[in-house]
Design a binder for this molecule. Structure first.
Ligand code: CDP
Length: 221
Protein backbone atom coordinates (compact mmCIF):
# COMPACT_ATOMS: atom_id res chain seq x y z
CA UNK A 1 0.00 0.00 0.00
CA UNK A 2 1.31 3.41 -0.86
CA UNK A 3 0.56 5.90 1.90
CA UNK A 4 1.28 8.75 -0.53
CA UNK A 5 -2.00 8.00 -2.33
CA UNK A 6 -4.85 9.96 -0.68
CA UNK A 7 -7.85 8.16 0.78
CA UNK A 8 -11.24 9.57 1.77
CA UNK A 9 -12.80 7.22 4.35
CA UNK A 10 -16.58 7.36 4.75
CA UNK A 11 -18.06 5.28 7.56
CA UNK A 12 -21.55 5.08 8.93
CA UNK A 13 -24.48 2.85 9.87
CA UNK A 14 -26.66 0.78 7.55
CA UNK A 15 -28.56 2.51 4.77
CA UNK A 16 -27.20 5.92 5.69
CA UNK A 17 -26.54 6.66 2.01
CA UNK A 18 -22.76 6.57 2.41
CA UNK A 19 -22.38 4.32 -0.65
CA UNK A 20 -24.15 6.75 -3.00
CA UNK A 21 -22.23 9.69 -1.56
CA UNK A 22 -18.87 7.90 -1.71
CA UNK A 23 -19.40 6.78 -5.30
CA UNK A 24 -20.28 10.31 -6.46
CA UNK A 25 -17.36 11.87 -4.61
CA UNK A 26 -15.07 9.32 -6.29
CA UNK A 27 -16.58 10.09 -9.72
CA UNK A 28 -16.18 13.84 -9.24
CA UNK A 29 -12.54 13.53 -8.21
CA UNK A 30 -11.71 10.78 -10.73
CA UNK A 31 -10.73 8.53 -7.78
CA UNK A 32 -11.18 4.79 -7.34
CA UNK A 33 -14.06 3.57 -5.19
CA UNK A 34 -14.19 0.74 -2.66
CA UNK A 35 -17.57 -0.53 -1.43
CA UNK A 36 -16.21 -2.59 1.48
CA UNK A 37 -19.70 -3.72 2.54
CA UNK A 38 -19.97 -5.61 -0.77
CA UNK A 39 -17.06 -7.79 0.35
CA UNK A 40 -18.86 -8.89 3.54
CA UNK A 41 -22.02 -9.45 1.52
CA UNK A 42 -20.08 -11.66 -0.93
CA UNK A 43 -18.66 -13.69 1.96
CA UNK A 44 -22.21 -14.25 3.27
CA UNK A 45 -23.44 -15.30 -0.19
CA UNK A 46 -20.50 -17.60 -0.91
CA UNK A 47 -20.89 -19.25 2.50
CA UNK A 48 -24.59 -19.74 1.90
CA UNK A 49 -23.86 -21.37 -1.50
CA UNK A 50 -21.24 -23.68 0.02
CA UNK A 51 -23.34 -24.63 3.05
CA UNK A 52 -20.98 -22.92 5.51
CA UNK A 53 -22.71 -21.47 8.57
CA UNK A 54 -22.36 -17.72 9.16
CA UNK A 55 -21.09 -18.40 12.68
CA UNK A 56 -18.34 -20.82 11.62
CA UNK A 57 -15.48 -18.34 11.89
CA UNK A 58 -12.63 -20.69 10.96
CA UNK A 59 -14.36 -22.19 7.91
CA UNK A 60 -15.32 -18.69 6.74
CA UNK A 61 -11.76 -17.39 7.14
CA UNK A 62 -10.40 -20.33 5.12
CA UNK A 63 -13.05 -19.83 2.45
CA UNK A 64 -12.42 -16.09 2.02
CA UNK A 65 -8.90 -16.54 0.67
CA UNK A 66 -10.21 -18.87 -2.06
CA UNK A 67 -12.71 -16.32 -3.42
CA UNK A 68 -11.99 -14.40 -6.59
CA UNK A 69 -13.73 -11.05 -6.07
CA UNK A 70 -13.68 -8.39 -8.79
CA UNK A 71 -15.52 -5.15 -9.53
CA UNK A 72 -16.06 -4.38 -13.21
CA UNK A 73 -18.22 -1.70 -14.88
CA UNK A 74 -20.47 -1.32 -11.86
CA UNK A 75 -20.89 -5.11 -11.50
CA UNK A 76 -19.63 -7.21 -8.60
CA UNK A 77 -18.23 -10.57 -9.75
CA UNK A 78 -17.64 -13.64 -7.62
CA UNK A 79 -15.47 -16.21 -9.39
CA UNK A 80 -16.42 -14.51 -12.67
CA UNK A 81 -20.19 -14.60 -12.05
CA UNK A 82 -22.20 -11.39 -11.50
CA UNK A 83 -23.64 -11.23 -7.96
CA UNK A 84 -24.49 -7.50 -7.86
CA UNK A 85 -28.21 -8.02 -7.16
CA UNK A 86 -27.92 -11.26 -5.18
CA UNK A 87 -25.73 -9.65 -2.50
CA UNK A 88 -28.24 -6.79 -1.97
CA UNK A 89 -31.08 -8.98 -0.68
CA UNK A 90 -32.23 -8.46 2.92
CA UNK A 91 -31.00 -12.00 3.74
CA UNK A 92 -27.48 -11.14 2.61
CA UNK A 93 -27.61 -7.80 4.47
CA UNK A 94 -28.16 -9.78 7.66
CA UNK A 95 -25.64 -12.44 6.66
CA UNK A 96 -23.00 -9.79 5.96
CA UNK A 97 -23.28 -8.35 9.45
CA UNK A 98 -23.07 -11.86 10.94
CA UNK A 99 -19.92 -12.91 9.04
CA UNK A 100 -18.41 -9.47 9.71
CA UNK A 101 -18.12 -10.10 13.47
CA UNK A 102 -15.31 -12.65 12.95
CA UNK A 103 -11.70 -11.40 13.07
CA UNK A 104 -10.76 -14.33 10.78
CA UNK A 105 -13.01 -12.90 8.05
CA UNK A 106 -11.95 -9.29 8.61
CA UNK A 107 -8.22 -10.01 8.45
CA UNK A 108 -8.63 -12.19 5.35
CA UNK A 109 -10.25 -9.22 3.56
CA UNK A 110 -7.64 -6.66 4.56
CA UNK A 111 -5.11 -7.11 1.73
CA UNK A 112 -7.85 -6.98 -0.89
CA UNK A 113 -9.13 -3.69 0.56
CA UNK A 114 -5.62 -2.19 0.60
CA UNK A 115 -5.15 -3.15 -3.06
CA UNK A 116 -7.83 -0.58 -4.01
CA UNK A 117 -5.52 2.22 -2.92
CA UNK A 118 -4.32 3.27 -6.33
CA UNK A 119 -3.38 6.55 -7.96
CA UNK A 120 -4.76 9.20 -8.11
CA UNK A 121 -6.77 8.38 -4.95
CA UNK A 122 -9.46 6.27 -3.30
CA UNK A 123 -12.85 6.86 -1.72
CA UNK A 124 -13.72 3.93 0.57
CA UNK A 125 -16.97 3.38 2.44
CA UNK A 126 -17.85 0.98 5.25
CA UNK A 127 -17.70 0.70 9.03
CA UNK A 128 -13.96 0.57 9.79
CA UNK A 129 -12.40 2.47 6.91
CA UNK A 130 -11.13 5.23 9.24
CA UNK A 131 -10.41 3.10 12.30
CA UNK A 132 -8.72 0.00 10.88
CA UNK A 133 -8.31 -0.27 7.10
CA UNK A 134 -7.09 3.24 6.21
CA UNK A 135 -6.19 4.88 9.54
CA UNK A 136 -3.99 7.38 7.65
CA UNK A 137 -6.86 8.54 5.40
CA UNK A 138 -6.54 12.19 4.42
CA UNK A 139 -10.21 12.85 5.21
CA UNK A 140 -12.48 10.82 7.48
CA UNK A 141 -16.23 11.31 7.39
CA UNK A 142 -18.79 9.74 9.72
CA UNK A 143 -22.05 9.88 7.79
CA UNK A 144 -25.35 9.11 9.42
CA UNK A 145 -29.10 9.79 9.52
CA UNK A 146 -31.78 8.84 12.00
CA UNK A 147 -33.08 5.28 11.83
CA UNK A 148 -36.52 6.22 10.40
CA UNK A 149 -34.90 8.19 7.60
CA UNK A 150 -32.55 5.29 6.86
CA UNK A 151 -35.47 2.85 6.87
CA UNK A 152 -37.27 5.04 4.32
CA UNK A 153 -34.18 5.11 2.10
CA UNK A 154 -33.76 1.31 2.20
CA UNK A 155 -37.52 0.84 1.66
CA UNK A 156 -37.45 2.93 -1.52
CA UNK A 157 -34.24 1.25 -2.69
CA UNK A 158 -35.75 -2.26 -2.35
CA UNK A 159 -38.98 -1.24 -4.11
CA UNK A 160 -36.88 0.33 -6.87
CA UNK A 161 -35.14 -3.02 -7.32
CA UNK A 162 -38.54 -4.72 -7.66
CA UNK A 163 -38.05 -6.53 -4.33
CA UNK A 164 -40.62 -7.01 -1.56
CA UNK A 165 -40.30 -4.34 1.08
CA UNK A 166 -42.05 -4.08 4.43
CA UNK A 167 -41.30 -0.93 6.43
CA UNK A 168 -41.53 -2.48 9.93
CA UNK A 169 -39.35 -5.45 8.96
CA UNK A 170 -36.69 -3.19 7.44
CA UNK A 171 -36.74 -1.00 10.57
CA UNK A 172 -36.21 -3.96 12.90
CA UNK A 173 -33.50 -5.46 10.62
CA UNK A 174 -31.64 -2.13 10.53
CA UNK A 175 -31.80 -1.76 14.31
CA UNK A 176 -30.51 -5.31 14.81
CA UNK A 177 -27.70 -4.79 12.31
CA UNK A 178 -26.69 -1.43 13.81
CA UNK A 179 -26.58 -2.99 17.26
CA UNK A 180 -24.43 -5.92 16.03
CA UNK A 181 -22.09 -3.62 14.08
CA UNK A 182 -21.61 -1.25 17.02
CA UNK A 183 -21.21 -3.83 19.76
CA UNK A 184 -18.86 -6.37 18.15
CA UNK A 185 -15.36 -6.53 19.56
CA UNK A 186 -13.55 -6.68 16.21
CA UNK A 187 -13.58 -3.34 14.34
CA UNK A 188 -16.93 -2.04 15.63
CA UNK A 189 -18.67 0.86 13.92
CA UNK A 190 -17.36 3.99 15.66
CA UNK A 191 -16.77 7.60 14.84
CA UNK A 192 -13.02 8.14 15.19
CA UNK A 193 -11.88 11.31 16.98
CA UNK A 194 -10.44 12.74 13.78
CA UNK A 195 -13.58 12.16 11.69
CA UNK A 196 -15.93 14.92 10.52
CA UNK A 197 -19.58 14.26 11.44
CA UNK A 198 -22.06 14.51 8.58
CA UNK A 199 -25.74 14.28 9.49
CA UNK A 200 -27.83 13.68 6.37
CA UNK A 201 -31.31 13.86 7.96
CA UNK A 202 -31.92 17.12 6.17
CA UNK A 203 -29.41 16.83 3.36
CA UNK A 204 -29.96 15.14 0.02
CA UNK A 205 -27.20 13.22 -1.77
CA UNK A 206 -25.97 16.23 -3.78
CA UNK A 207 -25.70 18.33 -0.61
CA UNK A 208 -23.85 15.54 1.21
CA UNK A 209 -21.46 15.16 -1.76
CA UNK A 210 -20.85 18.93 -1.80
CA UNK A 211 -20.11 18.84 1.95
CA UNK A 212 -17.52 16.04 1.56
CA UNK A 213 -15.87 17.79 -1.39
CA UNK A 214 -15.62 21.07 0.52
CA UNK A 215 -14.10 19.30 3.55
CA UNK A 216 -11.63 17.59 1.21
CA UNK A 217 -10.62 20.93 -0.29
CA UNK A 218 -9.57 22.09 3.17
CA UNK A 219 -7.08 19.23 3.58
CA UNK A 220 -5.98 18.51 0.03
CA UNK A 221 -4.50 21.22 -2.15
O1 CDP B 1 -25.62 -0.91 2.47
P1 CDP B 1 -25.59 -1.05 3.98
O2 CDP B 1 -25.14 0.20 4.66
O3 CDP B 1 -26.86 -1.58 4.55
O4 CDP B 1 -24.53 -2.19 4.32
P2 CDP B 1 -23.09 -2.45 3.73
O5 CDP B 1 -22.24 -1.22 3.81
O6 CDP B 1 -23.21 -3.10 2.40
O7 CDP B 1 -22.50 -3.49 4.80
C1 CDP B 1 -23.14 -4.73 5.06
C2 CDP B 1 -22.61 -5.26 6.39
O8 CDP B 1 -21.22 -5.55 6.25
C3 CDP B 1 -22.69 -4.28 7.56
O9 CDP B 1 -23.90 -4.42 8.30
C4 CDP B 1 -21.49 -4.63 8.42
O10 CDP B 1 -21.78 -5.62 9.37
C5 CDP B 1 -20.50 -5.23 7.42
N1 CDP B 1 -19.40 -4.31 7.14
C6 CDP B 1 -18.32 -4.29 7.99
O11 CDP B 1 -18.33 -4.97 9.02
N2 CDP B 1 -17.24 -3.53 7.72
C7 CDP B 1 -17.20 -2.76 6.63
N3 CDP B 1 -16.11 -2.04 6.38
C8 CDP B 1 -18.30 -2.74 5.74
C9 CDP B 1 -19.41 -3.53 6.03
Amino acid sequence: MSSAIPVIAIDGPSASGKGSVAERVADTLGYHYLDSGALYRIVALAAHDKGIEWDDADALGTMVVTLNITFKNGEVLLNGMPVTDAIRSPAMSNGASQVAVHPQVRSALLALQHSFRQSPGLVADGRDMASVVFPDAKLKIFLTANVEERTNRRYKQLLGQGLDAEYEKILSDLKARDERDRSRSSAPLIQTEDAVFLDTDNRNIQEAVAFVLSEYKKVHS
